[in-house]
Design a protein around this ligand. Structure first.
Ligand code: ADP
Ligand code: ADP
Ligand code: ZN
Length: 213
């Protein structure tokens, strides 16, 4: 199964993609995670990307398309993938079509997670992540068992720099301008599913799962 998760920042893409990957035995490809790893590793690509990410802007298309192309070319992606956070611009969507064509893969479904803006801000500002294993939590909606530490590996949780309220607003604006138009691009393909992203994590997943069959 080849899926794309579309939606504003904080909509729950990463959370739902992780569930899909585990339950459907497909790979979770998050450009945000890949970029954050490059930043952490201090690679040249990471250094370039960081300036944009800190400002809540999009990293240039050629950089993101490059890492996504490489990831999709890896053999495990053939088994099935869920793309989380890519594509985010019209050129990225066009390039994705080309990459998939070369690999002889066809998207099965594009899921657009819909969540009201107030809730997005609540979700992002309360998000906490594990800097070691990447697991995502929320202070109120999905707290770890022991305050401030990761359930999986015991590492102290952190807030992403770009989840501070001022950057969050900038990211929402960038989403409305650059990413939301993709909904129309995919609507024409007939593969678009607009899915209500409110309710608990499990409720959203159940809603989504119904369409996978
Ligand atoms: P969220 O899940 O909250 O939407 P991500 O982890 O997907 O955040 O992305 C964090 C940041 O990484 C973005 O604000 C942007 O700077 C960069 N980024 C991630 N994916 C892309 C992409 N496809 N194109 C450009 N920039 C990206
Ligand atoms: P995205 O990848 O779209 O930016 P995330 O999956 O990281 O979104 O979720 C953003 C924040 O909201 C995280 O702190 C996550 O734990 C929380 N969250 C995800 N889904 C839900 C939900 N259905 N209800 C409440 N909180 C949620
Ligand atoms: Zn962890």
């Amino acid at each position: 199964m080849y899926l794309v998760l579309l939606g504003p920042p904080g909509a729950g893409k990463g959370t739902q993609a992780a569930l899909l990957a585990r339950n459907q035995n497909i790979v979770h490809i998050s450009t945000g995670d890949m970029l954050r790893e490059a930043v952490k590793a201090g690679t040249e690509l990471g250094q370039e990307a960081q300036q944009y990410m800190d400002r809540g802007e999009l990293v240039p298309d050629d950089v993101v398309v490059g890492i996504t192309r490489e990831r999709l070319n890896a053999p495990d992606a053939h088994r099935g993938f869920v793309l989380d956070g890519f594509p985010r611009t019209a050129p990225q969507a066009e390039q994705l079509d080309g990459i998939l064509e070369e690999l002889d893969m066809q998207l099965h479904l594009i899921v657009n997670l819909e969540v009201p803006e107030r809730e997005l801000i609540r979700r992002m500002t309360g998000r906490r992540v594990c800097p070691n294993c990447g697991k995502t939590y929320h202070l109120v909606f999905h707290p770890p068992r022991s305050l401030g530490t990761c359930d999986e590996c015991g590492t102290d949780l952190v807030q992403r720099d770009d989840d501070k309220e001022s950057t969050v607003r900038q990211r929402l604006e960038v989403y409305r301008k650059q990413t939301e138009p993709l909904v129309h691009y995919y609507a024409e393909s007939g593969l678009l599913l607009n899915l209500e992203g409110t309710g608990t994590v499990d409720q959203v997943y159940e809603r989504l799962e119904k369409f996978l069959k």
